[in-house]
Design a protein around this ligand. Structure first.
Ligand code: F6R
Length: 260
């Protein structure tokens, strides 16, 4: 696991946007796994700007989002599909048929989840999976106790995640209790994982994820077993890392060919 510590959130977000730009420029038909939540919003804004400046062409990029609320239509203002439309899809030249999302209104959820897995496989697998992390250690919505081998399926959000996600809904009572999410195993199959975390509220979980035991109690800790995982954090989110200085040293001494 490579841990990149940036002095502030803006520089961490820029670093992640640069890594995504390099991926798309090197491989214009990249299959990207995408996340929602507040953390990646500035990253999407940076990608939109790169697109507007003529640096990024999304026409051949294929996307799969991590998760969607069960019971919300794609055009619901708080759906994750709507979020992506607002922050990225509506502002770049993605080809609509290349955009994939779990369907919150699927009639047969297990069958839909199996189809989603098959679609990822049919696209050749995910080249780069962008991730955020929940304060309880979830990636996607694989809440604590999720199998580290899990595939796309329905999950029940924890009361804490319901509270954390209440902003768009007005109150926690309005937040759906269930989501369809890629599993930890699905995420682990991506060729590269790129996790962004900013702010002091993420400091505990970042330390547990990167330096604690690999356990279903912190599903993101499975990323320690991923052969190619980059974690980008700001100083606030890095504050509780034991090997803080070493990660910085590694980054400063990176061979030029490894740099973005
Ligand atoms: C969203 C997702 C979640 C979020 C996590 C952090 O698609 O997969 O794992 O990344 O809940 O959310 P924020 O960024 O709002 O703190």
């Amino acid at each position: 696991m490579e841990i990149i510590i940036k002095p502030n959130a803006a520089e961490a977000q820029q670093e992640v946007a640069r890594i995504l730009r390099r991926q798309i420029q090197r491989q214009p038909d990249s299959v990207l796994g995408l996340a929602t939540g507040s953390t990646p919003i500035p990253v999407y804004a940076a990608l939109v700007k790169m697109h507007q400046q003529g640096e990024l062409d999304f026409s051949r990029v294929i996307t799969f989002n991590l998760d969607e609320y069960v019971g919300l239509a794609a055009d619901h203002p708080c759906s994750y599909r709507g979020f992506m439309q607002q922050h990225l899809f509506g502002k770049v030249n993605l080809t609509p048929k290349n955009i994939h999302f779990p369907d919150g209104l699927a009639k047969d959820v297990p069958a839909h989840c199996a189809e989603y897995e098959a679609a990822i496989g049919g696209a050749g697998g995910i080249d780069l999976q962008l991730l955020g992390i929940g304060r309880d250690g979830h990636i996607g919505f694989n809440e604590p106790s999720s199998s580290l081998a899990s595939r796309t399926r329905i999950k029940t959000l924890t009361p804490q995640t319901v509270k954390d996600n209440a902003k768009c809904f007005g109150s926690p009572d309005q937040v759906p209790r269930h989501v369809i999410t890629m599993g930890v195993g699905t995420i682990m199959d991506s060729r590269h994982c790129l996790l962004l975390a900013t702010g002091e509220a993420k400091a505990d979980v970042i330390a547990r994820m990167a330096e604690g035991a690999i356990t279903a109690d912190v599903p993101a800790s499975a990323l320690q077993m991923h052969p190619s995982c980059t974690v980008v954090v700001d100083e606030a989110a890095a504050a509780k890392l034991k090997r803080h200085e070493y990660y910085r040293w590694v980054y400063e001494n990176k061979p030029p060919w490894q740099r973005v």
